[in-house]
Design a protein around this ligand. Structure first.
Ligand code: ADP
Ligand code: MG
Ligand code: ZN
Length: 491
């Protein structure tokens, strides 16, 4: 029987003590005060210590509570943005309560609500930041990591939950304790036969799910203006079946979207070759098909609506091309992108500000012909200005990790130009350099020690099956766990 948190009012003094021990900024202090203010019941149970996460849709705090048995325990308090749709919130909570608490999926302890403020209380799991550890993991660590991610995915997929936002920040990892936990069902959707009732309800509700860019996290005292509840209108998108297209092809001379400058200097591995971004359309013929113009027929066409949640660099090709029938396979693709980072020691691997750029980066690795072929199977036609060869995944990962010399790698010249450290000039002090070095500066003795020298073919076979461009043939989580790579692991 677990001890329950006691209702014990925190004295002002204990809060002060916590602050001085924990050195937090003024802003965080203000945000904590604000959270106590909007949800006063929290102060009777928790001492909120720090803010540990700040996303588009929530702020997450570390808090301590005294349990009935006298022990103290840490919790994560997720304060959802007050503009989240009630069904959305309830669905997130239901995913945690029904599927969580086991199989590397985060559970939930309690939930507080006052008016439109909701806090989800979860057990706190101490974890590392992926970027800090990706270069220092041994092959064995990587194998465990991906195994445990697959277990979490198999579990939620059994319930008909599509997570839609699989990425390292949503899969907490404690390296020392080899603990793993999948979090954040804030974008989850249900399969047609989902066991999560509220996800079924969502299916009807948000045909166009919350936009990553259209909403703001209004949590926090500084940003919150009372009376701005109209923002809610933003979320409850007009119930139109279709929305006006964003231009995907522009004038004769400039084909497609302007590249948004990346604010990080280092190019991610997939950014190397820069053909014109591809043009995606549903299979239809008109005047402009296969040209770089948009005809009037196309300009008047309405955009297909499909779920598009998630982070561009982790989105599957069928998500990027707005295929309306998306299933659990989209999470498997994202797991593949994580494995690609783990094997190459590079994170983020695909860094794209836009779906078409993300699609180009995928083609850089998986081949343009192959991508176009796969897209045909789900009814999308992609036009690409130049052919990009499919890269050998082992050669790619080994070269990026520094196990193979760039000269013998046979990687395309353009790819080398932007990724071979010998050819890329970088500021010595830039974080990019530090990041880039994380994998490649290991000595061969260290690499040997870490198990990177004789990596079995199995892992690249699994990577290839996760990064299957065709969702219909992409490996499922339960199949992946049967993969020979894991034959010595107990499931
Ligand atoms: P968002 O929807 O804003 O991305 P998440 O649920 O992903 O919210 O939480 C944001 C961050 O907060 C996570 O990346 C993680 O670092 C931290 N976090 C969330 N839940 C927990 C938890 N139970 N234990 C420890 N940290 C957590
Ligand atoms: Mg998250
Ligand atoms: Zn046309």
């Amino acid at each position: 029987m677990e001890a329950a948190p006691t209702v014990q009012r925190n004295t002002h003094q204990s809060v002060e003590k916590g602050r001085s021990r924990h050195k937090i900024s003024r802003d965080v202090e203000t945000d904590i005060a604000y959270l106590y203010e909007v949800l006063p019941q929290l102060s009777q149970i928790f001492r909120i210590i720090d803010k540990i996460g700040e996303g588009t849709f929530s702020s997450v705090y570390l808090a301590e509570a005294q349990m009935t048995d006298g022990s103290r325990r840490m919790f994560a308090l997720k304060h959802l943005i007050p503009t989240s749709h009630p069904v959305r919130i309830a669905a997130e909570l239901q995913c945690l309560t029904v599927a969580g608490g086991t199989e590397n999926v985060m559970g939930v302890t309690y939930c507080f609500r006052k008016e439109h403020h909701v806090v989800i209380v979860m057990p706190y799991m101490e974890h590392q930041t992926f970027v800090d550890i990706v270069g220092s993991l041994s092959f064995e660590d990587v194998k465990h990591y991906i195994f445990h991610l697959l277990k979490a995915l198999r579990h939620i997929h059994k319930f008909g939950i599509i997570h839609r936002d699989i990425k390292p920040t949503n899969f907490l990892f404690n390296q020392q304790r080899r603990e793993y936990s999948l979090v954040d069902f804030g974008l989850a959707q249900g399969t047609h036969d989902t066991q999560i009732e509220l996800l079924k309800e969502l299916l009807g509700l948000d045909k166009a799910p919350r936009s990553v860019f259209g909403e703001k996290n209004l949590n926090g005292a500084n940003s919150h203006k009372p009376g701005t509840d109209k923002v809610e209108g933003l979320l409850l998108k007009p119930k139109r079946e279709e929305i006006i297209p964003r231009k995907i092809v522009s004038s004769k001379h400039r084909s497609v979207p302007v590249r948004t400058p990346l604010n990080q200097r280092q190019k991610t591995p997939a950014e190397s070759q820069k053909p014109k971004p591809p043009v995606v359309s549903s299979m239809l013929t008109c005047n402009c098909y296969m040209t770089d113009r948009v005809c009037n027929i196309c300009l008047s066409r309405k955009q297909q609506v499909a779920p598009r949640a998630g982070t561009p660099g982790f989105r599957a090709p069928e998500v990027l091309t707005k295929c309306p029938n998306q299933g659990t396979a989209i999470d498997m693709w994202s797991a593949g992108v994580i494995l690609l980072s783990l094997l190459s020691g590079r994170y983020p691997f695909f860094k794209a500000s836009d779906d078409l750029i993300a699609l180009t980066q995928i083609m850089t690795i998986r081949g343009s012909k192959e991508t176009i072929e796969a897209a045909k199977t789900f009814g999308k036609s992609i036009v690409c200005s130049r052919e990009l060869p499919r890269l050998d995944l082992r050669i790619l990962c080994e070269t990026l990790r520094g196990l193979r010399s760039w000269d013998d790698s046979s990687l395309p010249a353009e790819f080398q130009a932007s990724h071979n450290p010998a050819e890329v000039k970088q500021d010595a002090g830039s974080p990019a350099r530090k990041h880039m070095s994380s994998g490649s500066l290991k000595s061969s003795a260290e690499l040997q020690e870490m198990g990177w020298v004789k990596v079995p073919d199995y892992v690249y076979d699994l990577l290839d099956k996760l990064l299957d461009l065709n969702p219909a043939t992409r490996i499922t989580a339960s199949m992946a766990l049967q993969h020979p790579l894991f034959k010595d692991m107990t499931d």
